[in-house]
Design a protein around this ligand. Structure first.
Ligand SMILES: [Zn+2]
Length: 59
């Protein structure tokens, strides 16, 4: 999984007006409460990447 894919997940899986994830509904016709698993995964992944960049900058 590359970073552009993480960005794509974060841009597609957004909160819908009714509190469900708009991305899950559009892609899989599934009603997932937001934040869904995809968003949580992508956010974790992005946070880890940011942390690694930060640590690399310190060296
Ligand atoms: Zn989703």
């Amino acid at each position: 999984m590359t970073e552009p894919q993480v960005q794509q997940i974060l841009s597609v899986h957004v909160p819908g007006i009714d509190g469900f994830c708009a991305g899950c509904r559009a892609w899989w016709a599934r009603l997932c409460p937001y934040p869904c698993q995809q968003v949580e995964w992508a956010a974790r992944r992005q946070a880890r990447t940011a942390t690694r960049r930060f640590l690399d900058g310190l060296r």
